[in-house]
Ligand binder design. Structure first.
Ligand SMILES: [Zn+2]
Length: 231
């Protein structure tokens, strides 16, 4: 972890924790400017539509679709592959040693398997501890955006958000991340079931102990009953 320390705060410049290249990692072509990447992807998507027997070039609604799709990937859906996570500054907690919870962070992601969107909410909790650092609340949202805006499977995405939070919140006594999401690849294709949601939780430190007060406070707060089992 690259850090720049001074007595009062730490600036984390490298929270990225997914290997480059995979659909769930940073892009390998960031030496190109975004306009070039969008142009290349647009040509490729046009060929994809042509392969499906679609005369998109002569349909006024579809003739710009390859460009629209390429822009959506680079600027929105896979934005986290093409941009670095902003630096995250952590600060001494100055006497606060309890739990911090942020609930209902919205997430939009895309499954690596089918390139259909995943949408739902992420909940994050951490126990600061006597020597711990805290981070600005919106930085948790930034972490979720960074790792969510790329291809992912929910299990891996939950783990990446956990790992990044654990790095940023130094000397914590535990971090827990829960993601509740619906997958369009389940509702629109294959089994075609709407309304089913997936819940994943990654826990470390005190949150791994089923009798722990912080763990109980966290699950009471997000109102998910996991049956009291260790995760
Ligand atoms: Zn899928």
């Amino acid at each position: 972890m690259k850090v720049i320390k001074n007595p009062r705060r730490t600036i984390h410049t490298d929270i990225e924790c997914v290997p480059e290249g995979y659909a769930n990692g940073k892009a390998t072509n960031t030496d190109l400017d975004k306009e070039t990447i969008i142009n290349n992807a647009s040509i490729a998507f046009g060929n994809f539509l042509t392969a499906l027997g679609c005369d998109w070039k002569n349909d006024p609604n579809s003739m710009e679709t390859p460009t629209r799709v390429a822009k959506a990937y680079v600027n929105d859906l896979w934005k986290g592959r093409f941009e670095d996570l902003p630096d995250i500054t952590s600060f001494p907690a100055d006497g606060y040693d309890g739990i911090v919870i942020e609930r209902n962070i919205p997430i939009t992601s895309m499954c690596s398997h089918h390139h259909q969107t995943i949408s739902g909410a992420v909940h994050i909790g951490y126990v600061v501890g006597a020597k711990g650092h805290v981070i600005g609340l919106s930085k948790l949202n930034r972490i979720v955006e960074h790792f969510g805006r790329r291809g992912a499977i929910q299990e891996q995405l939950t783990s990446a958000i956990h790992q990044a939070t654990n790095k940023a919140c130094e000397n914590n006594l535990g971090v827990i991340v829960t993601m509740v999401a619906t997958h369009n690849c389940v509702s629109c294709r294959g089994v075609k079931h709407r309304g089913a949601s997936m819940v994943t939780t990654k826990a470390s430190g005190v949150f791994r102990h089923s009798g722990n007060d912080a763990r109980k406070e966290y699950f009471d707060s997000i109102k998910i009953n996991n049956g009291g089992h260790n995760i």
